[in-house]
Every structure is written in C-alpha cells, then in structure tokens.
Design a protein around this ligand. Structure first.
Ligand code: 5GP
Length: 111
C-alpha cells in the first residue's frame, strides 16, 4: 500500500531531505517534537519493525547507521531513536521509519 512517504521518495510532495542513498532517505519531520526530529526510512516499502523479515535485516541495520550519521552531522552526539510498530503503538504512517530525536532531554518511559 502506498503512503505519504512514497510520495516523498518520488518527490511528489516536498520534504527537507538531510540524507539520501540507494536504500534510504532521511528528512525532517513535518511536526517536530524535538529541536532535531528526522525520519529515516527505507526506499523499499517495509511496513514496520513488526512485519520486517530476514530479507530486510541488512536494510534495517543500514537505517540505524543512517540514524547515527544524520544526528552526528547535525552536531548531536546523543539522541533517541524510536519506531512505532502498529497503530496501538502510535504508528500513523505505515511505511517503516525511525524517528531520530535530539536537542533536548528526554524522559523515560515514553507516553
Ligand atoms: P508515526 O506516528 O507513524 O510514528 O510517525 C509518523 C511521522 O510522520 C509523524 O511524526 C508525522 O509528523 C510525520 N509526517 C506525517 N506526514 C508527513 C509529511 O507529509 N511530511 C513529513 N516530513 N512528515 C510527515
């Protein structure tokens, strides 16, 4: 199923892209909840961590490295990575994404 993130990958709607390579795209969240809030997504349409397969392992590992790269590139050594898997967990866009959050302190547990 196509999502808004496919439109961003295909440049059908604008986004502030901070990283792109063959398998991933990273762009600013449209509704940031921290001073730094970037979404890291696969170009391949994986739905969520909860549906990923063994075939997706290399891509997902790469996405986590990109999380570090984009945070470090913006000067953030410390950051939070979060991924909501399924609507009850807070997922609203059903294309895998890692939220990379930085620039403020975070509490635990999340709400
Ligand atoms: P989720 O709720 O699925 O964990 O996260 C989806 C995220 O996508 C939200 O933080 C939301 O602000 C962001 N988002 C939704 N639509 C757009 C959009 O069109 N552009 C961008 N850049 N972010 C979006």
């Amino acid at each position: 199923m196509s999502t808004i993130f496919d439109k961003i990958i295909n440049r059908e709607i604008p986004a502030t892209i901070v990283h792109e390579d063959e398998v991933s795209l990273a762009f600013n969240d449209i509704n940031p909840v921290a001073p730094f809030h970037v979404l890291v997504i696969p170009k391949r349409p994986i739905v969520a961590v909860g549906t990923m397969t063994e075939e997706d392992e290399a891509v997902v590992g790469h996405l986590l490295r990109v999380c570090r790269l984009v945070a470090n590139a913006a000067g953030h050594e410390h950051f939070r990575v979060a991924s909501n898997s399924g609507a009850p967990a807070g997922q609203s866009v059903f294309h895998l994404h890692f939220h990379v959050l930085a620039g403020r302190d975070f509490s635990w547990p999340p709400g």
